[in-house]
Design a protein around this ligand. Structure first.
Ligand code: ZN
Length: 712
């Protein structure tokens, strides 16, 4: 679940973010799962890892490549599984969390007396796990959707059919999915948006969209690699049509049409760096203006069907995109639109029908785009799907097992301690005027910190879930979510609402809500353990907390005020100094990555990189304060031979150990605002005298960057 404005900054790129990982032998939450394991038919929970000094690769030099020094042994011992685009130290946690959810789902499905949300998650799970029924009936389930699309006889029918698809398939309202590029739904994105000028109000937003590939480069880059991928994409679309019953010549012609329409939309779309500037995507339009921009689309009918006709205005992310939309609507035949919309229905439904569709979808989106040879086992796909659609019903079961009140309390303390470090930092920095400092402190104090899970859970009871039709369940759950989202328009903002589910291994800062949220799923080992030593906790989860805290003050977050409004509260002098300091980081990260044949754009990743640099710094300050209060030194070797400061940096690096397939790495660099893990570790540390001192690094060595970049 994500919302309108991309600055909803999360910690991780999607490939690692689905769930979190938990507990070591000392962790207080462990008793519950251990007890559960004794029951028959319950899957055993995998063991969670945490940083252990023996993993360090002593043949490497910490001052040359600290990431390799910490991670190379672990990575060598944990090759990428054939069903994953990457491996990482968060992976055992991912499996751990999924296993907890699987046990909850099995129990719900087996409980014949189950009612309410337990019945819903049990039935949803069963409909996903029953592959025989899916294989036998998947195509028949799809047919009713294809019949609706076949009723499109001219562009006058587009609003009706498009609204139908936007309601039944993902995810027109999900305007920023796993990245900052565009909405991955047919034609355009439509959903609620917090008004950038008045954050207390929800308004309606229209986003560029209608493209299924990961980012604009995949449509527009003229290099051989992308040309090849585009050829494979068109073949994939053709195969999807053939699976749906079309003859090869017809399917080939349809695939060509789909690619033409998507490419035309890509050409008119805003690039992902420009899109990071909130002012650029804040274009208010009245209904009359929408009609003037796209006169061949009957907006009244579409908006009426979506339940958003009588709203005062719409925020359009990319006005130029509407021109391209009009051009396509005006010039394309009904047959072309049928092909395009059929593609989207089958594409978005492919994982919810028989295994032939699911396999073909994976071959392109999993293997060709991410390099992953094998699909995850069925049960893990079904856990992921239930988490995606009924996440707050399932999340309650997760919290009961994996996030006891003691964990929540300690996690809350860590967040408070890290935020206190930011208050000190703001007081001390020499580049900010008193006037701006005062405003920064007001904003900091107004930030709401939310730990673990929501106070009130979403009630899914109006979504009709059945045990034997997986596609219909996805349609029903999607329609439920669209209705819930659209209902927000015109209402006050609810700061207690979450955009991630409790088992998610991720965290986020929402600049418009002015909240920082840490799901229970990430408050686990190797990031956090109730009984893990302070240095390791601050190095791993402390950096995550610092990262989200800093987002409120990065190149995007700083443009929002304490109330979440897009308002410039910086003096021109401070803003200029900020930009100068940030440029150092942008330059440091704008580098060719020869092993993947791509170049990182430091302007795309500036916000995340600034948050990483500031985050590890805040965590350092918080740990120093904690040690001081206990009367201990960070620089005295402890029982394991390491100083607390060394263990802090090692635990940080260890929590990011990752190996990514080249295809997935390229996709991440081009479409995702997060740097690769290797850089997320080495670059911030190469800017830190505290790190260099802890490991005796000297000027001229790679882990001592010149200049030492620092914003926060
Ligand atoms: Zn972030």
């Amino acid at each position: 679940m994500h919302r309108w404005f991309s600055a909803l900054c999360c910690l991780l790129c999607l490939s690692f973010s689905a769930f979190a990982q938990v507990k070591s032998s000392n962790d207080s939450a462990q008793n519950a799962p251990a007890a559960a394991n004794k029951k028959a038919g319950v899957a055993e929970l995998p063991k969670l890892e945490k940083f252990d000094p023996s993993i360090v690769d002593k043949s490497k030099n910490a001052c040359v490549d600290f990431y390799q020094y910490t991670c190379s042994n672990w990575i060598a011992a944990h090759p990428i599984a054939p069903d994953m685009p990457s491996t990482s130290t968060k992976r055992p946690l991912f499996l751990y969390n999924q296993t907890i959810l699987r046990n909850a789902l099995d129990a719900a499905a087996a409980n014949k007396q189950a009612t309410g949300s337990e019945r819903q998650i049990g039935d949803y799970w069963q409909s996903c796990m029953d592959e025989a029924t899916r294989n036998a009936n998947g195509k028949a389930w799809l047919q009713s959707h294809l019949n609706t699309i076949a009723s499109l006889k001219s562009s006058n029918d587009l609003p009706r059919v498009l609204a139908y698809l936007h309601q039944n398939f993902p995810a027109a309202w999900e305007m920023w999915n796993d990245d900052d590029n565009y909405t991955k739904a047919p034609m355009f994105g439509f959903g609620p948006a917090q008004d950038l000028a008045n954050a207390s109000k929800m308004v309606a937003g229209i986003d560029q969209g209608g493209m299924a590939l990961p980012s604009l480069d995949y449509y527009l880059d003229s290099s051989e690699r992308f040309k090849e991928l585009r050829a494979k994409y068109v073949q994939h679309i053709q195969k999807i049509f053939e699976l749906a019953g079309d003859s090869s010549p017809k399917a080939a012609a349809e695939a060509k049409t789909v690619m033409e329409i998507e490419t035309a939309l890509a050409k008119a779309s805003m690039d992902n760096v420009t899109r990071r500037d909130p002012q650029k995507i804040y274009n208010k339009r009245t209904l009359q203006q929408l009609k003037a921009a796209v006169p061949d689309f009957v907006w009244d009918e579409y908006l009426q069907l979506m339940g958003a006709l009588s709203v005062p205005f719409y925020i359009v992310s990319t006005p130029g995109f509407l021109d391209a939309l009009e051009q396509q609507i005006k010039t394309r035949s009904a047959q072309d639109w049928q092909a395009y919309l059929r593609w989207w229905a089958i594409h978005r439904g492919a994982s919810y029908m028989g295994s032939d569709f699911e396999r073909e979808d994976f071959d392109f989106f999993g293997t060709a785009l991410s390099g992953t040879p094998q699909m995850l086992p069925l049960w893990r796909r079904c856990v992921g799907s239930t988490d995606n659609y009924l996440g707050e019903a399932l999340g309650q079961a997760y919290v009961n097992v994996a996030f006891p009140p003691e964990s929540k309390q300690r996690a809350n303390e860590l967040v408070t301690q890290t935020r206190a470090a930011l208050v000190e930092e703001i007081g001390q920095v020499d580049w900010m005027t008193e006037e701006t400092k005062k405003q920064a402190l007001v904003k900091q104090a107004a930030t709401l910190q939310v730990i673990g899970y929501p106070n009130t859970w979403i009630d899914y009871s109006s979504a009709k879930i059945v045990p034997n039709n997986y596609l219909a369940n996805m349609n029903a759950a999607n329609a439920f979510e669209v209705r819930r989202q659209i209902d927000k328009i015109g209402k006050p903002v609810d700061r207690n609402e979450w955009t991630m589910t409790p088992p998610t291994i991720n965290a986020y800062e929402d600049p418009q809500m002015n909240t920082i949220n840490f799901p229970a799923g990430i408050m686990q080992l190797p990031m956090f353990g109730g009984n893990q030593d302070d240095a390791s906790n601050f190095g791993a989860i402390g950096m995550v907390i610092g990262h989200e805290t800093i987002h409120g003050f990065d190149d995007q977050g700083r443009k929002f005020d304490a109330n979440g409004n897009l308002r410039d509260w910086w003096t021109p002098e401070d803003a200029k100094r900020y930009d100068e300091k940030d440029k150092c980081i942008v330059d440091q990260y704008s580098q060719e990555i020869p092993e993947y044949g791509v170049k990182q754009n430091g302007n795309l990743t500036a916000g995340e990189d600034t948050a990483d640099n500031g985050g590890i710094h805040l965590a350092t300050l918080a740990l120093e304060k904690e040690y001081k209060s206990q009367g201990k030194s960070l620089d005295t070797p402890e029982a394991d031979g390491l100083t607390a400061r060394q263990r802090f940096f090692l635990a940080y690096a260890f929590s990011w150990c990752t190996e990514v397939r080249p295809e997935a790495a390229r996709k991440q660099v081009l479409s995702n605002p997060h740097s690769l893990s290797h850089f997320r570790v080495n670059r911030p540390l190469s800017n830190m005298p505290e790190f260099q001192q802890a490991f005796g690094c000297k000027e001229g060595q790679p882990m001592v960057h010149n200049p030492q970049c620092r914003v926060w």
